[in-house]
Write a new protein. Sequence first.
Length: 345
Amino acid sequence: DADLVKEIQRSMEYYRSLTKEEVHFKTILLMGNKFKDPGNVKFITDNFTYEVKVLKTLNNLKLSDKINPDFLNENLSNLSVALGLAVQGLGLGRININLLPPEQIKAAEISKKKPYAIVTLGCLALLLVTQYCGLHIQINHLRDSYNYHQNVLLNIKELEKKYKSAETLAQANKSALDLVSTIDSSRFFWMEVLDKLLSLIPSNMAITSINSSWISADALQTKGTEKQTAKPDFFQAKKAGVPAKQSSSKKLLLMGIKGESREPSMGFIEENILKPIQRLTLFDQRVPAFKNVEIVPGSCRQVDRKNGWEGCISFEIRWIVKSQDEIQSETQSLIPGTVTQAIKS
């Protein structure tokens, strides 16, 4: 009993230590089977100066029809803990002080908040994982873009090298291309010439060779001056009384054919080969394409063949191909009212 008194005193002092205001106790309410004995109640009353009562009935409490009031009142002193928790759960208690030690209160609060902390940590971890995955995808995308642009840059550099090589090669071959371009502006010049020449050849004639070469106009005039014959030849101007012209470095295209005729007559060769070549036009030109067309002196002679061509005669005809300027000048001279300048040889 003395221990019980000490425990009650210790609880009262602990309650006073937790309150910020001054506390004055007036009544001690006893509960439990121990206080069914009047002697125990008297012992508590003798040791305290406060009013001591035993809980026997409950006020402001409505019982359910399923509960026996007599049974409840008989065992009411044993329901102290249950009644205290019920009043505290309903929020009807006048005292809000918790007599539990702070460590236990803190542990209880932590245990209550632990699920929320775990959920928060899980959400935070999920957010970090999501951000990491997004950053990883972006880094991979940037790395792929970097590699792609590096490959494009390498391809551009390779193309630049190829372009510079092609430009260098073109510059190296420019002189050769310029020479080819000065031969004739038409790509089909030679095919046109060969086609027209072969179409002129009669069936009783045969062409043995076709040749061409570039000659200097200066060399042509020099040879023309050296020859003083009555008949104008290949290296002389056709018009008499035309003075010799100044030296020129212009190149002329000299062409010629060699052939054989079964008709042993110079007149036949002139009528069927020489004159058609003099009148020959190329492409859509309106004037003859050749000038100074003549039979090479000394080229006609009798030839005997074992293939049945007996009494045939060989010949050689040569001419100069007119330049584009000469063709254009002669074409303009055909238009009435057009005055042309003399064409330099």
